[in-house]
Design a protein around this ligand. Structure first.
Ligand SMILES: [Zn+2]
Length: 82
């Protein structure tokens, strides 16, 4: 096992639930439609925990954006509330 793999194994939760995709909706700033986003629970938890931007994508507009503070709070409350 090389150093990078060892580091990843250390940081990632070894449960299947951590890798299950979480679905959430975010409104595309271009077409104003709600677009369903999918991201692994593990990755989302890390972004929220570290205060990093959560990005969303609209396939129709080929547009990427950062979800709003409100969407972010909703996402955290719905999926990561203790
Ligand atoms: Zn769009």
């Amino acid at each position: 096992m090389n150093a990078i793999r060892a580091q990843r194994a250390f940081h990632e939760t070894p449960t299947a639930a951590a890798y299950e995709p979480v679905q959430f909706v975010s409104t595309c700033p271009a077409c104003k439609q709600q677009r369903v986003q999918r991201c692994s629970r593990n990755a989302l938890m890390r972004l929220l925990h570290h205060g990093h931007a959560v990005e969303a994508y609209c396939a129709a507009c080929d547009e990427c954006w950062r979800i709003s503070a409100r969407e972010r709070a909703h996402l955290a409350a719905e999926h990561f509330a203790n």
